[in-house]
Design a protein around this ligand. Sequence first.
Ligand code: MG
Length: 348
Amino acid sequence: MNLSFGACPIPVEGGDVVVLAHGGGGRLQEQLLDKLIMPIFANDVLTTRHDGAILPTFGGKTVVTTDSFVVTPRFFPGGNIGKLAVSGTINDLAMCGARPVALTVALVIEEGFVLAELRTILHAMQEEAQSLSVSIVAGDTKVVGRGQVDGLFITTTGVGEVVATNPVLPRRVVPGDAVIVSGDIGRHGMAVLCARSGFLDGEPLMSDVASLWRPVSALFAAGLDVHCLRDATRGGLAAVVTEIATSASVTVELDEPLIPVDAKVRGICELFGIDPVHVANEGRFVAFVPDTMADRVLDILRGQPGCHNACRVGQVVPARIAPVILRTAIGVERILDRPFGEQLPRIC
Ligand code: MG
C-alpha cells in the first residue's frame, strides 16, 4: 500500500471525540486508512495501493526535496501544520525552478491525538495540493506512545519538473543583480509567536503561509532569466540573503527603508526586540535577477496574489567586508548576520 501503517493505530471512541490509541490489530489500521486518509487524498496513483507510487518520467530534469514540519501551535491565524507542510515543500520545488507534480506525506502521530483535528489537517493538505493540481501519491503513518512525539509531526517530500530554461542557482548570482522580495516580511514568525504566547487579543496577525508556485511560474512564463530564488523561511530575509551571497562569493547591499514590513509586524518586533529581517516567512521569497529585468519582475509579481507589495530591496556588488551589508535610513552601513542560535524554535 502506498499509505502504510507501522504502529497499529486504533480509532477509539472517547466521549464526543475520537482519539488515536497506540497498539492493536491490523483491521483497525485499515479502517483509518480506508475511512480517513484514502478518501481525503484520493487519486489514481494512491488508490492502486502499491508499495510505491509509479510516476511518469519528465522529458527534462526532475527535482526532489523533503522537509519536516513540527510547528507549535499546530493551528495559527492563516494556516495550520498541514497547509504549511504542503506549501513549504511546494515552495522548495518552486525555488529550484520546478513545477510541483507530486508529494508524499509521512505522519508521526502521538497516541491520544484527536481524529477530528487530524481530519482537518489532512483536508488542509489536500486543499493546498489540489489548488496547484499536485497529487499526494504515497505516504506513511506511525502512531507512537504518549510523550514520544509532540502531537503531530509531518514530513513531506516533493517531486517537480524543471521548467526554468536556465538553471536557478546561488552560483548564478553576480554583481549587478537586483534583489527583490515578493512581499512584506516577518508575518509567519510573528503570527506563530503571537498565537503561542496569547499576545494580541484583537484582530489576529495572519501568517503569510502560501504556495509560491504561481508567482514564480509567472516569471518563467514571461521568459525572464531568474538567476536565483530562495524562500525566506527560518532565519528570515537576513539568513537566506547571507546564504546566497556566501555561496556566490558576492556581497548583497540591502536598503533598510525599502524592505516592506507591515506596521503591526514592526510593532510586535519592536516589543520583543526582534529585527524583522530575522523573522521566518512561509510565503515570501527573494529573487536575484539581472538589473535590467528588475522592473518587469516587479510588474509581474505585483499582479500575483500575496505579492502586491513586492519590492526591490537591494543589489549585488563584488565581495566586500561581509556577505550582507544593510544601509539604514540615515545612510549608516552595518553588517547583517544570521542571528546567533535559534531565535524562535518550532516555527515550521
Ligand atoms: Mg527553502
